[in-house]
Design a protein around this ligand. Sequence first.
Ligand SMILES: *Cc1c(COP(=O)(O)O)cnc(C)c1O
Length: 367
Amino acid sequence: MKVPFLDLHNINKRYDKEFDLFFKQFNKRSWYILGEEVSSFEKEFAAYCGAKYCVGVASGLDALFLILTAYKHLGVLKNGDQVIVSANTYVATIIAIKNAGLEPVLVDADENTFNIDISKINITNQTKAILVTHLYGQLADMDSLDKLCKNNGLKLIADAAQAHGSITYKSKRSGNLCDAAGFSFYPSKNLGALGDGGAITTSDKELYECVFKLRNYGTSSKFINELSGYNSRLDEIQAGFLRIKLKSLDQDNDKRREIANTYLSKINNSHIILPFWDRSKNHVFHLFVIRVKDREHFQNFMTQNQVQTSIHYPIPPYDQKAFSGSLGSFYPVTDRISKEVVSLPISPVMTNDQIQFVIDIVNSYSI
Ligand SMILES: *Cc1c(COP(=O)(O)O)cnc(C)c1O
């Protein structure tokens, strides 16, 4: 048996008929940019997230960048303001802050959840916002962060690129637990397009109106430019595909949790540390990430046994050449995590045989 890390072909094959039907209508309509598919998707995704508004944009990076840039237009943020962010995140979170002319201030990760360690956050006069990543689909501690931000007059923004559909015990979804959230529809995400895409959700009308303009050159209506904006629109065709896939997102996330449960109860190997799952929060298991001391040895063993694994992420953002040491370097937990993490296959189209096969191979690993 062979288990791919992520079988995108089989994931999207499930929608073959609906995609075909949609494409015929789409091609007949011949309306390619900002039409009824985008506006319908925006309404549906806002409702799904429990937010008042949604704006479709070109990517997850753009979603975060446009939220921060809109706050600058609204006078909430200004050049050089500091934004607190987890050291243990994908580089895009940090690039969004840098590209918006703001200064990322990194905070180490919590050893259990891999999310930002709130006890290590140090707020100064220059701190104006916290941009928090719900890493691997597990919500950060939003209650504590919300309190911290309200007490200090900070904006709380979520990088929800890995967390479509995460719900807390208070049954609020990730789009609605903060001032604004940025989502990515990169093909491998829990809700993935057939190309690039992203979205912003918020319940703040002013912010909504500002990003709505910024994503389309700053126009409020055709040929009326209120701001000097960007071209960052969600494609009509992608919005059409996403509307079809959104209907089964909850079901897909259930399946991911079911696989995670099976892994957690059946993987039993003293060389493997299983991920922590705070069950009071809904985890959508974008990734199932274990820790292994001799990672290279383990990955080779998995490859020899036909199970494809991956690493998220091998090099922390602060060690990337792009930032040339400007992000600090003392993040011991993130350092440790980045050397030991391995992502196992998890997806809504895995068969029971494949799941059992992964468990058997992992359990047979020895040094
Ligand atoms: C995928 C991802 C992004 C970037 O999304 P794109 O659509 O590729 O721009 C940002 N942050 C995190 C945590 C991600 O996983």
